[in-house]
Design a protein around this ligand. Structure first.
Ligand code: APR
Length: 315
C-alpha cells in the first residue's frame, strides 16, 4: 500500500464504504476528508482498528484539511448533499455544483497529478464542472455511473434467468438518469446477446428497473440512498487505474467527436488505466440506439448550461 494513495472527498455513506473496500482489497492508502469535524477521523480510526482482523496493511487517515491529501494518485469526489424534502432539483444542482467545484480546486492544488473520479449527483453535470474547475486534461477526469448502471442491469438479468452473474456482461451508455441507454444487443450471457434468449417485453421490464435502480432503493430505505453498489463500482474504476488494468467499462468520459458528440461528458465504454481514460470504445450503434444516446446527451448538455449559469450567478 505504501506507494499509492487514494483520497476520498466526502466521508458519507459512499465515501466511507469505498474507503473500506479499497483498504480491505489492499489497493492503496486512503485519506478520507469531510467538512464535518471529527467524523472522517472517527471513521478512519474505526477502519484502522479492523486492520488486523481483515489482514491488510493500508493506512487510513481521516481529516478536514486538504493539506493531508497531498500527492494523491486518485481522488474520488463524493461530497455533496442529498435532496431534502422541499428542495427542488435546481437547488440540489446549485449546492452540489458549488461543493464539487470547490472540492476539485482544493484537491488539485495539493495533488496536481491526480486522476479524478466524480461520484456526486447529478453525475454527468458534476463531472463536466469538475473537469473545467480542475484545469487538467480531460482524460484525467471522469465520472462513475455506467459501472453501477450496468451492474444493476447485470444483476436483474441474473435474477430473471437464474444464471451465474459472472457469465453476464452488460453495457449501459448515456447520462446517469431516466434517459440512460442500456444496450441489450451488447448485453450477453456467456457471449450470447440477451436479445436471443429473452422476450422483448422481459428485456423492457429489466431496462425500466435498471433506469429506476436508484429510486427503487430510495423508496425502500426512505432515509437514504444506495451506497454498497456505488462504492463497489467506484472501487473497480480505482483499481483499474491504479493497477493499469485496462478494464473496458462504461465511464462518464469527455467526448470529442466520438459517437457524433462534442464537448460533453456522458457515459461511454472506456479503457481505464494509469493515464485515466486511455481510450473510448466506439460501438457500432443502430440508428435508434444512437438517437437515444444523443437525446440523453442533449439533456446533460442543457443541465450543464443551467449549472454554469447558476454558478456564475453566485460568483
Ligand atoms: N466538503 C467535504 N465534504 C462535504 C462537503 C464539502 N464542502 N459538503 C458535504 N460534504 C460531505 C457531507 O458531510 C457528507 O458526509 O459529503 C458527504 C456526503 O455523504 P452522504 O450524505 O452520506 O451521501 P452519499 O450517500 O455518500 O452520496 C454521496 O454520491 O451517489 C452520489 O447522489 C449521491 O451525490 C451523492 C454522493
Amino acid at each position: 500500500c505504501a506507494s499509492t494513495r487514494v483520497t476520498i472527498i466526502g466521508a458519507g455513506k459512499v465515501g466511507s464504504t469505498l474507503a473500506q473496500r479499497i483498504a480491505e482489497k489492499n489497493l492503496a492508502d486512503v485519506v478520507l476528508l469531510d467538512i464535518v469535524a471529527g467524523m472522517p477521523q472517527g471513521i478512519a480510526l474505526d477502519l484502522t482498528q479492523a486492520r488486523g482482523i481483515e489482514q491488510h496493511d493500508c493506512q487510513i487517515i481521516g481529516t478536514n484539511d486538504y493539506a493531508d491529501t497531498a500527492n494523491s494518485d486518485v481522488m474520488v469526489i463524493t461530497a455533496g448533499i442529498p435532496r431534502k424534502p422541499g428542495m427542488t432539483r435546481d437547488d440540489l444542482m446549485r449546492t452540489n455544483a458549488q461543493i464539487v467545484v470547490e472540492a476539485v480546486q482544493r484537491s488539485i492544488a495539493h495533488s496536481p497529478n491526480a486522476i479524478l473520479i466524480i461520484v456526486t449527483n447529478p453525475l454527468d453535470v458534476m463531472t463536466y464542472l469538475a473537469w473545467q474547475a480542475s484545469g487538467i486534461p480531460s482524460n484525467r477526469v471522469m465520472g462513475m455511473a455506467g459501472v453501477l448502471d450496468s451492474a444493476r442491469f447485470q444483476s436483474f438479468i441474473a435474477m430473471e434467468l437464474g444464471v451465474a452473474i459472472t457469465d453476464i456482461t452488460t453495457t449501459v451508455l448515456g447520462g446517469h438518469g431516466d434517459l440512460m441507454v442500456p444496450l441489450p444487443r451488447y448485453s450477453t450471457v456467456s457471449g450470447v446477446p440477451i436479445t436471443e434468449i429473452m422476450e422483448p417485453e422481459t428485456i423492457d421490464r429489466l431496462i425500466k428497473r435498471t433506469r429506476n435502480g436508484g429510486a427503487e432503493i430510495v423508496e425502500l430505505m426512505r432515509t437514504g440512498s444506495a451506497y454498497f453498489a456505488p462504492a463497489s463500482a467506484t472501487c473497480l474504476m480505482v483499481e483499474s487505474i491504479l493497477y493499469n488494468q485496462s478494464r473496458v467499462v462504461p465511464t462518464c468520459a469527455y467526448l470529442q467527436g466520438e459517437y457524433g458528440l462534442n464537448d460533453i461528458y456522458v457515459g461511454v465504454p472506456s479503457r481505464l488505466g494509469c493515464a485515466g481514460v486511455e481510450s473510448i470504445v466506439e460501438l457500432n450503434l443502430t440508428e435508434a440506439e444512437l438517437s437515444a444516446l444523443h437525446i440523453s446527451a442533449e439533456s446533460v448538455r442543457q443541465n450543464v448550461h443551467q449549472a454554469k449559469e447558476m454558478l456564475a450567478a453566485v460568483a
